[in-house]
Write a protein that binds this ligand. Structure first.
Ligand code: PMV
Length: 376
């Protein structure tokens, strides 16, 4: 795969006067089977499956201008923020063999999130995938421009042509993965599978694949209400968390179990089997947290209110038979997952009971979405 992208890279001269702006929005995603533990160059130790979200997303614009050498500025929420931009800049420099044209461009990136920065929601999946979509579009413009120039010679064309055809999502997923593992899954509508799974032909550790056509309609409109238990930054970065799996004595058993869960979840997703869906989803969240508790050093990522929410969700499910379940990221906030048809009852339950466990009563209503969208 690496060679394919190296061969396809635009290696020509960026024309004088080349300038413009591209803009993409891309959503966050929530994993059901978790990616926790990596190897090599951002490769997962086990496959993972996620819902693509809709309302929690990043909107990223990349201004580009011909220059003598690579230049980069990053603005977050309207203010220059070199610290936030450092990860993208490093990604670009690490991957310049795939995008050699960046050495002839000055890039100005402006990004913002639709969810508050202090919500404890990781923005790297949405922000990195939005950036990569824009980067690939710039490459696409350059490639088209150069083909157009050859056809039109001698009259020079210096204005970027609009992109024709869709961005190659496999390529977007591949490079989103290199920028931030779970970002690989954000580029597809509805649901994605990232990581080679024996039971799923075409799956790969290098990029995610779309599950849009593999799932029962009930999952295509699933709700995800995110309860903000704490808006504080996570006590362990996901990079450190992945690293802790290396010395974890339960890691081999975890990777085997994740593979088993992938197989069973794929079957349940196809059949619309909500009982199995709930069983696997909650067990995966618990495993992720259990792994952190028994890492060395050990971390407890839940807060007391996370546990209260879990207990309330299970009580509500038993009493009402409404198929509501939870999942957790590597932090204290709870994602409540339920079919759209139950939205009214679950939203009442959140407002009447669960909101008391949220930081300043904060929660966000999200749902399964359609993946990245071009803004400019
Ligand atoms: O993509 P990263 O390195 O931020 O890791 C994401 C890890 C989890 O969110 C906990 C699980 C997942 O699969 O998204």
């Amino acid at each position: 795969m690496e060679n394919k992208w190296l061969n396809e890279a635009f290696k020509g001269e960026v024309p004088n006067g080349f300038q413009g702006k591209v803009g993409w929005q891309s959503p966050s995603n929530i994993a059901l089977v978790k990616y926790w533990g990596k190897r090599g160059k951002q490769l997962p130790q086990n496959p993972s499956i996620s819902f693509t979200l809709s309302e929690c997303r990043s909107e990223t614009f990349i201004g580009f201008e011909k220059a003598d050498h690579f230049g980069f500025r990053f603005f977050f929420e309207g203010k220059e923020n070199p610290a936030f931009g450092a990860k993208i800049e490093k990604f670009l420099l690490d991957n310049q063999a795939f995008f050699p044209f960046i050495n002839q461009l000055h890039l100005t990136v402006e990004s913002h999130n639709t969810f508050p920065h202090s919500s404890g929601i990781a923005s790297s999946a949405s922000s990195m995938s939005a950036f990569v979509m824009g980067l690939i579009e710039i490459e696409h413009i350059l490639t088209n421009l150069s083909a157009f120039r050859q056809a039109q010679r001698p009259s020079p064309v210096e204005v970027p042509e609009p992109v024709e055809g869709p961005i190659n999502l496999q390529k977007a997923s591949y490079f989103s993965r290199l920028a931030s593992g779970s970002a690989a899954r954000s580029v597809y509508p509805k649901m994605a599978l990232w990581g080679a799974a024996d039971c799923y032909k075409g799956s790969s550790d290098e990029y995610a694949v779309s599950l849009e056509n593999e799932i029962h309609p009930v999952f295509k409109t699933y709700r995800d209400s995110i309860l903000i238990v704490s808006g504080e930054t996570k006590s362990v970065s996901s990079r450190a968390g992945h690293g802790l799996m290396e010395g974890n004595p339960y890691a081999p058993a975890r990777y085997a179990k994740a593979n088993e869960n992938i197989k069973d979840l794929l079957t349940a997703l196809k059949a619309g089997d909500l009982d199995t869906f709930i069983n696997i989803t909650e067990s995966e969240a618990m495993q992720l947290h259990a792994l952190m508790m028994c890492s060395n050093p050990s971390f407890i990522l839940m807060k007391p209110n996370t546990l209260r929410i879990i207990e309330e969700v299970r009580r509500f499910r038993n009493e009402t038979n409404i198929p509501l379940c939870f999942t957790l990221d590597a932090g204290p906030n709870a994602h409540l997952l339920y079919p759209e048809s139950e939205a009214e009852k679950v939203d009442d339950f959140i407002k009447n009971t669960l909101v008391a466990y949220c930081d300043e009563g904060r929660w966000m209503a999200d749902h399964v979405g359609n993946g990245p969208k071009k803004l400019l």
